[in-house]
Design a protein around this ligand. Sequence first.
Ligand SMILES: [Zn+2]
Length: 362
Amino acid sequence: MTAPLELRQIEKAPKALLHDHLDGGLRPSTVLDIAGQIGYDELPATDADDLATWFRTRSHSGSLERYLEPFSHTVAVMQTPEALYRVAYECVKDLAADSVVYAEIRFAPELHINRGLSFDEVVDAVLEGFAAGEKAAAAAGRPIVVRLLVTAMRHAALSREIAELAIRFRGRGVVGFDIAGAEAGNPPTRHLDAFECMRDHNASFTIHAGEAFGLPSIHEAIAFCGADRLGHGVRIVDDIEMVEGHGVRLGRLASILRDNRIPLELCPSSNVQTGAVKSIADHPFDLLARARFRVTVNTDNRLMSDTTMSLEMHRLVEAFGYGWADLERFTINAMKSAFIPFDERLALIDEVIKPRYAVLIG
Ligand SMILES: [Zn+2]
């Protein structure tokens, strides 16, 4: 029996991240700085530590709707090109410092036009921040590739326009599209024309589904919308039956997800905060991993969930006893599921992830 992996060891391992919201990952000090610069005076704290605590406790709400409320403050300070650039740049730096080697970061441009920016200006500012962050990280010996997914809010009616935005910026750093926001009452089928637009252009998309809402949401995302990946998808566990002495029996929907290797962007800490699961130990992550679903580990919102990629992995290690080979598998799962071209995925797997895990495994 080898000793359980420690957080400081996991921090050195290469990681790939597919599900992380730009407006959920700001540094508390940056929220305060920008609020001061633009005269936003509605923040609930004036000190970075107090603000971090407020975000964490406020988000540990037991419901997705209440979990989403604190975003009004982060979004409020991301309304100028300078602020968007800074937040994007710091996001890349923070991920690189945590040994993340590939990340797809998402945000909803429609929430960042309150001060008159166009969608294109919003996306340009974020992509410039990413590029500068990648350059700085490489210069510091921590190379990272960061790409953008543009999100449409599921309660709004701008999804077609946002899908077109994703296509317009394809090849310039945007690699896909997503819909997010409260699931109840906002089925993904309301946005079919956006998904059609993506498919028409052979472009990739993921859908937040099966987080707060159950199997019907996952079914619609896969069967009607044709999602390439599922944001969360954790409720697929409702279609899996434990059979005494025989492991698990999958229903048809769960089978389709597993047979077609549909990636699940699982976000353990976030699921605990929204009440989707009671605790990390109760999270179906391990059940899904053992049943060989395409599971990936993600942060969702690093500020609200007070987490990092290393912390998410460490929490799973503590709950389920994972070793390096497991963490490597989850990382390669994520890399295989990335929306960048196959040769670029393979290069990161073969030239970065596998060699570095080989050293860690020893
Ligand atoms: Zn999310």
